[in-house]
Design a protein around this ligand. Structure first.
Ligand code: XMP
Length: 316
């Protein structure tokens, strides 16, 4: 029989043995996996620095929310604001894999450079991430997407035995259970998953500040309505993604010719498969009205009714 407390103790013993007195660097994003990892490392008492890299691809006010959450848990994190660096490297890049690789590799460089004497990199990789990456590694033809935990820079470190992934045998629900036993508040554990490459994977084509602003504002309205209607906790993940295709509309008395936004809400067990959610029409209507009234640059709101497979949860 599986006991989370025993499992936690085993994990902690394993971490202490592997790390010894080495300097560990751990990237935190505010997401469940990296949060549980950071708290676990702290609990293990190893020498760790938790770094929050703000790549400029976060949601509205997300940086403050993340810092506030760690403050509540009494875990010290260091913020590195790299938005300009990321935006300059991403300028004009439209290919999804290209974007993922740039972001993933840059992440590692930032961690490594911030902590000058880092000897190990800790990542909150879960079992499903390992499976998807393994199938990716086997054959070039079957690459679905490069998970940010498996970019070239990481593989290099991995070969040198410098990557620590204590959660690699767990599914998301088990990570949440571990989080409960570590005393992490439930609102933090129940945050929707958010991908490492952030809003980049919800922004097809090249990334610009204008596109990011639109995605942020729409996402904030949508997530706010989900919370108001008490649907946030009933869905696995929800977000607004940009469709950078212009269509014709009317705003006031004038013709508009603007982009569309897509809303997606899914339920899932482990992110390997997913189903779209039949949200209440009133929630969708209010979200759509508010987006069309409040967000500059959008004249059309669409709801994504695609299962995974064949669609993925994110856009890229
Ligand atoms: P897809 O789009 O592959 O997403 O159906 C499955 C789940 O994984 C998240 N996701 C990521 N998480 N790094 C992450 O930490 C990534 O590179 C990444 N790509 C996708 C996605 O948000 C969904 O929950």
């Amino acid at each position: 029989e599986f006991h989370i407390e025993d499992f936690k103790r085993e994990l902690i013993d394993g971490i202490r043995e592997k790390v010894g007195d080495k300097q560990v660097v751990c990237g935190v994003s505010g997401g469940v996996d990296s949060t549980v990892l950071a708290v676990l490392l702290k609990e293990a008492g190893v020498n760790v620095r938790a770094i929050f890299v703000d790549h400029g691809l976060m949601r509205l006010d997300e940086g403050d929310e993340v810092r506030n959450n760690f403050h509540r848990m009494g875990v010290e994190i260091e913020t590195v604001d790299c938005s300009e660096l990321f935006m300059s490297k991403l300028a004009g890049v439209a290919d999804p894999e290209e974007k993922r690789k740039i972001i993933g590799n840059l992440f590692i460089d930032v961690f490594w450079n911030t902590v000058g004497n880092a000897e190990m990199l800790a990542q909150g990789t879960l079992y499903p991430d390992v499976i998807e990456s393994a199938s990716n590694a086997k054959s070039k033809a079957s690459v679905i997407k490069t998970h940010h935990n498996r970019v070239a820079r990481i593989l290099e470190l991995q070969e040198q035995g410098k990557v620590l992934e204590p959660l690699a045998e767990l599914f998301k629900d088990e990570v949440r259970e571990l989080g409960v036993s570590l005393g992490i508040p439930s609102d933090i554990l129940n945050r929707h998953p958010f991908p490492g490459p952030g809003l980049a994977v919800r922004c097809p084509g090249d990334i610009t500040e204008k596109k990011l602003r639109i995605i942020r504002e729409c996402d904030d309205i949508f997530i706010g309505r989900l919370k108001d209607y008490e649907w946030y906790d009933k869905v696995w993940q929800a977000y607004a993604g940009l469709i950078p295709v212009k269509t014709v509309g009317v705003k006031g008395d004038e013709r508009s010719y603007e982009w569309a936004i897509s809303l997606r809400a899914v339920v899932s067990e482990d992110a390997m498969t997913a189903d779209w959610v039949e949200l209440p029409p009133a929630l969708l209507r209010e979200t759509s009205n508010r987006i069309l009234n409040e967000v500059d640059g959008i004249n059309r709101v669409l709801y994504d009714i695609s299962t995974k497979p064949p669609a993925s949860i994110e856009w890229e």
